[in-house]
Design a protein around this ligand. Structure first.
Ligand code: FES
Length: 357
């Protein structure tokens, strides 16, 4: 057994999350989090129904485990309020190859990188203080959010471990296995230091392209080749992508205008707004919104009709109805969709939807 550790003092923090020991007063927040259907779905050992007595028992168990040196469980807290928003634990096995980490985040705190941040903090602390040769992290198949957290924090995907764990009815069930070795941690730390100087735009989560969250990361380009204010087309797996370094950071979207598919990469980038080379359309690469409808008019993303317009300001001559006019009128300009990004080994990587063989 490794030497027993005491909770870090001051607590671990990156400014956006703080890791501290759980306290009795966290019980109501732990109860609320563990009553969440998603948490109960993906963590079968959580009792259903979950009561405050379960939360109090859990908190006592974590304190006892700190005392025994068998497991180091932290509350993930909001640094501005010190309130519980999740938990993360490093669970020690009988040898340095059998340690594991697990986490949960309360529903209200999801979607802002809380779990990835906590996982980065706890892995760096753990590898520094404990003899770890392999740190395992497993999730149930289908838990794409948790798998993205693992990859964001530098864990490597290993595969499907069959009958690895038990489901809620004590039946053997598969798990998706990730792990981190000391070399992986060194790579992740190096990638974080590059990423600290290379911002990503904070794209709203609902604008991620469908099918990307569980998709593998693919190399796009060496970071050294990208420059602020630039755009370029990269073709991967038959997909033409636009890589743009806007004033809000880097984004990757399709190199197809959301109006009539012209390549945006040969348009002009001004701050966060790209001007399409056709029809004067302008699109915000940070929010995905249309800033200026094309001259041909048409439907916006919400289905509202916009009339054609003239760049010179001259009045448009009414045209007789034709199929071409009808096609323009019914063409919808949807919001842009984006691909999740990370930096690894000096390269920008992107999650692309898995294409069935
Ligand atoms: S193709 Fe881009 S605005 Fe029409």
């Amino acid at each position: 057994m490794p030497e027993k550790l005491t909770p870090p003092n001051p607590p671990l923090t990156d400014g956006a999350v703080t890791l501290r020991v759980l306290r009795a007063e966290d019980a109501p927040a732990v109860t609320l989090a563990c009553q969440d259907r998603e948490i109960q779905r993906w963590i079968p050992i959580i009792p259903v129904p979950y009561t405050e007595a379960d939360a109090r028992r859990f908190i006592l168990m974590t304190l006892q485990a700190w005392h025994d040196g068998t497991s180091y469980e932290f509350a993930i807290a909001d640094p501005s309020t010190d309130r519980f928003i999740g938990s993360i634990g490093l669970h020690l096995g009988p040898n340095p190859r059998l340690h594991a980490v697990g986490y949960l985040v309360a529903p209200a705190a999801r979607g802002r990188g809380v779990a990835s941040r906590a996982l980065r903090l706890v892995t760096r602390w753990g590898f520094e203080h404990i003899d770890i040769e392999r740190l395992a992290l497993w999730t149930l198949p289908g838990n794409a959010a948790s798998q993205a957290v693992a990859e964001n924090a530098g864990f490597r995907f290993e595969g499907l471990a069959r009958n690895w764990t038990l489901d809620r009815d004590d039946r053997p069930t598969d798990a998706v296995m990730y792990s981190m070795t000391p070399d992986d941690l060194a790579d992740a730390v190096a990638a974080d230091s590059v990423a600290a100087n290379v911002p990503f735009a904070a794209v709203p989560r609902e604008l991620w392209a469908s099918g990307t969250r569980a998709a593998p990361f693919v190399q796009v380009a060496p970071i050294a080749e990208l420059t602020p204010g630039s755009m370029r087309r990269v073709t991967l797996a038959g997909m033409d992508l636009l890589v743009a370094w806007t004033t809000d950071g880097i984004v990757v979207t399709d190199d197809r205008c959301p109006h009539m598919a012209a390549p945006l990469s040969i348009g002009n980038l001004d701050g966060c707004v790209v001007a399409c080379p056709l029809h004067e359309g302008r699109f915000d690469l940070s929010s995905g919104e249309t800033v200026r409808m094309p001259t041909t008019g048409g439907l916006d993303a919400d289905g509202t009709y916009h009339s054609p317009w003239s760049p010179s300001g001259a009045e448009m001559k009414p045209e007789p109805p034709t199929r071409k006019l009808e096609a323009r009128r019914l063409t919808r300009v949807n919001r842009l969709r984006f691909y999740p990004l990370r930096i690894r080994d000096g390269h920008l990587e992107v999650q692309l939807p898995i294409v069935p063989e």
